[in-house]
Design a protein around this ligand. Structure first.
Ligand code: IDP
Ligand code: MG
Length: 167
């Protein structure tokens, strides 16, 4: 069954110039990229994304990490992969959460590290299952930014709505 998965190239992945390598590795899945953008991650977005970990001792460092505060790179690359078993396939290539335990040839095994402060810098995020993917994709993307109709959406007429247009 076709599924979606949120993939983030985390700030350490960007700082280490791994974008090309990671995209090449993920292309082995034959999945389709249906959305992509660079995001400056707000504290609110980071905390909502990782809310299942909010009681962990590493939570504060994790929020700094995903916001790029540890890498002078205040951005992540966010993508939606779509196709058969998307989250399983992408997570297999990503490898285990702990980069020291990840398969050496996996993305995290190849490029991740644990800092002396104990942060798992594991270069990418991949949704763990289709339910998590739905929750996460709705946080990171608006419906119009995704080129397929993944989840039910509605049209609204927004008035008095401030946004930037080209000058
Ligand atoms: P996942 O990224 O493989 O889905 P989660 O348990 O959802 O793993 O954790 C989210 C992120 O939090 C991890 O990718 C990693 O950066 C960080 N993390 C998870 N567990 C630990 C830990 O025990 N120590 C330090 N950082 C951790
Ligand atoms: Mg997770």
């Amino acid at each position: 069954m076709n599924q979606a998965a949120l993939v983030l190239i985390k700030p350490d992945g960007l700082k280490k110039s791994l974008t090309g390598n990671i995209l090449t590795r993920l292309s082995e899945t034959k999945l389709e990229i249906v959305a992509a953008k660079m995001v400056r991650v707000s504290k609110e977005l980071a905390e909502e994304h990782y809310k299942h970990l909010k009681d962990k001792p590493f939570f504060k460092d994790l929020i700094s990490y995903i916001r790029g505060e540890l890498h002078e790179r205040r951005k992540v690359m966010a993508m939606v992969y779509w196709g058969e078993d998307a989250s399983t396939k992408c997570r297999e290539l990503a490898g285990a959460t702990n980069p020291e335990e990840a398969e050496p040839t996996s993305i995290r095994g190849s490029y991740g590290r644990i800092t002396t402060a104990g942060v798992y810098e594991n270069v990418i995020h991949v949704s763990s299952n289709p339910e998590e993917a739905q929750r996460e994709i709705k946080l990171w993307f608006h419906p119009e930014e995704i080129i397929v109709d993944l989840y039910p959406a509605k049209e609204i007429v927004a008035r008095e709505y401030k946004r930037k247009v080209w000058a």
